[in-house]
Design a protein around this ligand. Structure first.
Ligand code: 5GP
Length: 206
């Protein structure tokens, strides 16, 4: 289907600061809407249903998946996550920009359906910094942290599949770079053609 809004995919290893950067980008660029995924993971303290995620049981997730409700879905750290097809397609078709915070497996599936999606990958300044940040997230058990460190290396191996890389060393700088990427993405020829079809028609360009 046609994509009129710009679709951003943001991926990162756990602990790279993705959520903070995405939140900062959405504050500075409120025209971008964040897709809220469905997950079978239990809520962490402070996470609200319908805000952080739509928290669902495995039965519901499987029923939605089998009904084709997800444009992509993946198992990450032993839990299932999926992006609502209907919400995404409606928002894009209405001309709104959408941001997906998903892992590399999901990014691959989305790129097949939306080849013009703009992929942004966030890296930590070093693996040591990543380990420190993961240890600092006290809500997770040690075993979970170790699993996530191994998964982080795996995730980083997929950096080539993304269009832009942000190295999150100094937060303010990384945030400026996110904003810059979002602005530049709207000026890509593919974005401009999708956004202003009448204008390009009037120029004899299709
Ligand atoms: P967390 O459980 O820490 O919020 O997220 C764990 C991982 O799942 C992150 O890498 C996040 O990007 C990924 N994730 C969150 N929602 C989705 C989704 O809808 N689809 C996919 N493929 N990954 C997701």
């Amino acid at each position: 289907m046609a994509q009129r809004g710009v679709l951003f995919i943001v991926s990162a290893p756990s602990g790279a600061g993705k959520t903070t950067l995405v939140r900062g980008l959405l504050e500075r660029d409120p025209k971008i809407g964040l897709s809220i995924s469905h997950t079978t993971r239990a809520p962490r303290p402070g996470e609200l249903d319908g805000v952080a995620y739509h928290f669902v049981g495995m039965d519901t997730f499987e029923a939605m998946r089998d009904a084709g409700d997800f444009i992509e879905w993946a198992q990450v750290h032993g839990n299932c996550y999926g992006t609502s097809r209907r919400w995404l397609e409606d928002r894009l078709a209405a001309g709104h920009d959408v941001l997906l915070e998903i892992d590399w497996q999901g990014a691959r599936q989305v790129r097949v359906k939306f080849p013009e999606a703009v992929g942004i990958f966030i890296l930590p300044p070093s693996l040591d910094a990543l380990a420190q940040r993961l240890t600092g997230r006290a809500s997770d058990a040690q075993e979970v942290i170790e699993r996530r460190l191994a998964a982080a290396r795996e995730e980083i191996g997929h950096v080539h599949e993304f269009d832009f890389v942000i190295i999150n060393n100094i937060l303010e700088q990384a945030l400026d770079e996110m904003v810059t990427v979002a602005r530049a993405a709207r000026l890509l020829t593919s974005s401009q053609l999708a956004r202003h079809p009448d204008f390009f028609n009037s120029l004899g360009v299709n």
